[in-house]
Write a protein that binds this ligand. Structure first.
Ligand code: PEP
Ligand code: CO
Length: 452
């Protein structure tokens, strides 16, 4: 399959693109990106697609998480380690509760571009271009920082390479050892009053591991983890330049990440993003917000997955806690009745954002949980599989979302609000979410093991 040129893509109407002021500099950056080695191998994308096919069939659960927006400054060993650690901790809890494999997908090593509701931001009497992520411009509210700079696209590549390299080293080099990860979880359960609520589940996992040890079972899977990368495919220049023809198959793959998704604001059926992603062979996702109709979902599936291949397409729904129970059933029913193979994943973050009384963009932990509960209830009612979670989180003790066991208040947000975009669950809120979802997961039955 061939892919359209950048000019052809732009001609299709590309929304949410920066106004790059210097075309020659943009061309230079794109030419550089076309020459750099891939960040991921097409065969790895196929492996992830197989795992997502299991999710689609109800034989595995997806955990996708990371920052709303990565920043270059935050590419440090400590930061990447903390994020990975919390994801691994969550995955162990979820695996035990679901009794099926948990597919671990980082929202990292490329999550540098943001769609914005307005092209500009005004503070007082100054209006400047909106911050569109470190891939485009700087966060500082100065004229100089806010000018889109295409050299940043090359920096995205370099920072993604550094992040992915470290993640690969961690997950295969001993850091993801199951017993170690479990010890972190028992530390959380024992040392914090919030963790205490989850003592029962943690001790069940403990017994399962002790049993494995007693019988001398020590499979390689105990010592390493599978982990893949993902981000929103937003900037056409970057994603197009990173799309290569796989030498094994002759098919195009976007080698900037294993999995890429189309955001809520760029999923126009005849738009450039849908066009580009329809041509690549990676597993892909589409966000579906509260205005999505079943017809939209069906049309997207036929455009993006015409062969109806399981694992190719994931719908990431983000309705909001108040709307999921009314909005989601129709989508699942009609997509199912059309015989379409898709994985259903819940993003309980983006439909639940509001401004705190203290002026911060925030989310209530309780709303996040309520949306996840709605997602599970709807799927249980319809006999479909709640395939996974897509969350914005960090391994640090930030104060960006209110509520949770720590009962963070509006007035606490100022203490440590570090996100340059949407509010993330902090380490404790993320672990709490995993334990709460574990309880929900143990009430649903995965598809029967095909081998049994
Ligand atoms: C995001 O995932 O950060 C995002 C912008 O989401 P959505 O496209 O669902 O609004
Ligand atoms: Co976000």
């Amino acid at each position: 399959m061939s892919i359209p040129t950048l000019a052809e893509l732009h001609a299709q109407g590309a929304v949410q693109q920066p106004n790059w002021p210097d075309q020659a500099a943009l061309d230079t950056a794109v030419a550089k990106l076309r020459s750099v080695p891939p960040l991921v191998f097409a065969g790895e994308c196929d492996e992830l697609k197989d795992k997502l096919a299991q999710v689609t069939r109800g034989e595995a659960f997806l955990l996708q998480g990371g920052d709303c927006a990565e920043t270059f400054e935050q590419v440090t060993a400590d930061n990447v380690r903390a994020k990975l650690r919390v994801l691994l901790q969550m995955a162990v809890v979820l695996t035990y509760a679901a009794s099926v494999p948990v597919v671990k997908l980082g929202r990292l090593a490329g999550q540098y571009a943001k769609p914005r509701s307005s092209d500009t931001e005004t503070r007082g009497d100054i209006t400047l271009p909106a911050y569109r992520g470190d891939a485009v411009n700087g966060y500082d509210f100065t004229e100089q920082a806010r000018v889109p700079d295409p050299q940043r696209l090359v920096e995205v590549y370099n920072n993604s390479a550094a992040t992915l390299n470290l993640v690969r080293a961690f997950v295969t080099g001993g850091y993801a050892d199951l017993r170690q990860v479990h010890t972190w979880n028992t530390d959380f359960v024992r040392s914090s009053p919030i963790g205490k609520r989850y003592e029962k589940l943690a001790s069940e996992i403990d017994r399962a591991l002790t049993f494995m040890k007693a019988i001398g079972a020590d499979p390689g899977e105990f010592h390493r983890a599978d982990f893949h990368s993902s981000h929103e495919a937003l900037l056409l220049e970057y994603e197009h330049a990173m799309t290569r023809i796989d030498s094994r198959t002759g098919d195009p793959y976007d080698v900037s990440a294993h999995f890429v998704w189309i955001g809520e604001r760029t999923r126009q059926l005849d738009g450039a993003h849908v066009e580009l992603l329809s041509r690549i062979r990676n597993p892909i996702g589409v966000k579906l917000g509260p205005t999505s109709t079943a017809d939209d979902a069906i049309a997207l599936a036929s455009r993006l997955n015409p062969d109806n291949e399981a694992g190719r397409l994931t719908f990431i729904t983000r309705f909001g806690a108040g709307r999921i129970r009314d909005g989601l059933p129709d989508l699942i029913e009609k997509v199912g009745a059309a015989g379409l193979q898709v994985a259903w994943v819940c993003d309980p973050m983006h439909g639940n954002t509001f401004e705190s009384s203290t002026g911060y963009k925030t989310r209530r932990f309780e709303d996040v949980i309520s949306e996840v509960r709605g997602f599970f209830d709807v799927h249980r009612g319809l006999g479909s599989w709640p395939g996974g979670l897509h969350v914005e989180l960090t391994g640090d003790n930030v104060t960006e979302c209110v509520g949770g066991g720590e009962a963070l208040q509006d007035t606490d947000l100022a203490q440590r609000y570090e996100s340059v975009c949407d509010p993330r669950l902090n380490r404790i809120q993320s672990l709490e979410l995993a334990f709460l979802v574990a309880e929900m997961l143990s009430e649903v039955t995965p598809a029967a093991d095909p081998a049994s």
